[in-house]
Design a protein around this ligand. Sequence first.
Ligand SMILES: Nc1nc2c(ncn2[C@@H]2O[C@H](COP(=O)(O)OP(=O)(O)O)[C@@H](O)[C@H]2O)c(=O)[nH]1
Ligand SMILES: [Mg+2]
Length: 684
Amino acid sequence: MTGRQASGPRCVALVGPYLGGKTTLLESLLAACGAIPRRGSIKDGTTVGDSAPAARARQMSVEMNIAHATFMDEAWTFVDCPGSIEFAHEAHAALMVADAAVVVTPPEAERAAMLGPVLKFLDDHAIPHVLFVNKIDVATTRLRDLLAAFQAVSTRPLALRQVPIRQGDTITGYVDLVSERAYRYHPGQPSDLIQLPADVKAREQEARGSLLETLADYDDKLLEQLLEDTAPPADVIYADLAKTFADDKLVPVLIGSAERDYGVRRLLKFLRHEVPSCAATAARLGLSPGDEPLAQIFKTRYVPHAGKLSFARIWRGAIADGATLGDGVHHARLASIGRPLGAQTSKLAKAEAGDVVALGKLEGLATGSWITPAARPPAELPAWPDAPKPLFSLAVNAEKRGDDVKLSGALHHLVEEDPSLVVEHDADTHELLLWGQGEVHVSIAADRLRTQHHVAVVTHPPRVPYKETIRKSVDQHARHKRQSGGHGQFADVTIKIEPLPRGGGFAFEDKIVGGAVPRNFIPAVEEGVRDFLKRGPLGFPVVDVKVTLHDGQYHDVDSSDMAFKTAGALGMREGMPKCDPVLLEPICKVAIDVPQEFTSNVQRILSSRRGRILGFDARAGWPGWDEVQAYLPQAEMHDLIVELRSVTMGVGGFDWRFDHLTEVTGKLADKIVAAANGDGKVPA
Ligand SMILES: Nc1nc2c(ncn2[C@@H]2O[C@H](COP(=O)(O)OP(=O)(O)O)[C@@H](O)[C@H]2O)c(=O)[nH]1
Ligand SMILES: [Mg+2]
């Protein structure tokens, strides 16, 4: 290609479903660039990416892997993102600072749905992306059928840029549809140029024709040339391809095998020619041009020795080691600049526009912050994506009581490193809950508490905040009287206990006339009643009850706040069991989102979990997806996401909120009450 200017450092994120081969592709890209002497493997645990113990143990990316490389004298940062939807927030963070993305997919039409969520994010943010159909060495589905399946989950048209050359069932090379050159693959080595095989020619022509036709939708002049049957010049085609890619109008499709280094140099050359510069991306984000330094933190990590590292993209200007950087609120002096290659970093004296670097010890500055040496960042900067609503939780306890402070510090770091984790003190159950996107996500976070922060913790499923109420009224008299040595205790009350409508909470009314209970003792009666309500006859907090104090007696010497408080509680203890107590369970309103093909599975899951389906609709903004609304008992929600993911290829999700309490009776209620009281017996 002619007239191309060398670009500054660019950044590309590798995204796509779990097991598509992203981490393997990173390894292959780094080897092709000479950033590593030889490639490692996932199985042997020797890749640049996934060096964390949790990732090695599971052979699965649980965090982004960031690596610098140089290809044909140009600087690149590749960010390999975890593919599991449970880590989607991490992938989104990388995409927010990338000039383009490579969507790595396995060659399986039946798993195309797994691409939906990431393609949606890319299109919503107009991030240029190329589809890399990986594992072409073991592909069994025809490329044409693959493309149709992938097209069904992409809102942008796909544009095939290569056709495979086959020998029998095996793909042995490809023809590039623009240059019309044919290449033969060699495992672990660059491909070599070969004569275009005669039997591929017809298919190549057809595929090239449809590529040009697609391009002509965006270039009238090209359309004219095609209609007049004049061959369009290669530079026009390249320019159109680069433009439609950069504008997220077309999604180019390349093929290859990360494991065997097939098509990886072709991918690098594609990136070299078509990925927009950092300045172009900054313009896409709405940043004004200039030299005023501006960077953005997209990942925070705590590492042994170095402490806090903030991974940042430099959008404008240059930042030197030792500079003071801030977000307008917090400021910190930069302790180091490092160029990342997986877990390693090499020291730099300064970083320039386009670079992705690890900034040392930026205390107080969080992921998503715009940072600058100026007093404050410019106004009107694009917003960072919100963390997704948490879907799964475990209750966490320090094994040793003395570790509580250490645990809360460690949790604080965890959330800083991964803002899609949430720590909550449950006001009802008094448990410390660690929330995340799924079982793997939360379990890995709990493992980190043990391995990285050295806090021994135990985890268990969270308790359901059951409540209880009553169904009948009673008038209860209670007298507290004690004579012990000098001064006795005396208080006498009559209270009416009655149910309130659902959601009524608690009400206390004072209907004392004629000073039967002196004014100053009445709050003590209420206090005694409230104390009792913390644990009703079934063993749960009591709600939706009204207590009216309407009569009583007192003694000039022996009555006291303490005595009236005790009498209030006593009245409740004796009266409540007569009021037909009943268990209440929390019901949530859920909206479950899945590709349409899985909607019937969702209905099945909901009915097996005592859910009540309210209806379903097409999911707004998600072509091909449904949203099923239902009421679901909170007790059935703990592992809902686990089952939902298992029947939706991992892509299903839901939104939820507490909606109301409802009565539970019969065997189920007996079981819950017995379990909560630990003795297998319903308390009297
Ligand atoms: N046959 C074949 N296997 C591959 C290829 N790329 C990756 N794999 C294997 O697929 C598995 C998942 O790869 P990985 O890179 O961890 O996928 P990721 O989850 O997308 O990062 C590993 O066992 C790889 O060795 C490929 O091109 N061909
Ligand atoms: Mg991976």
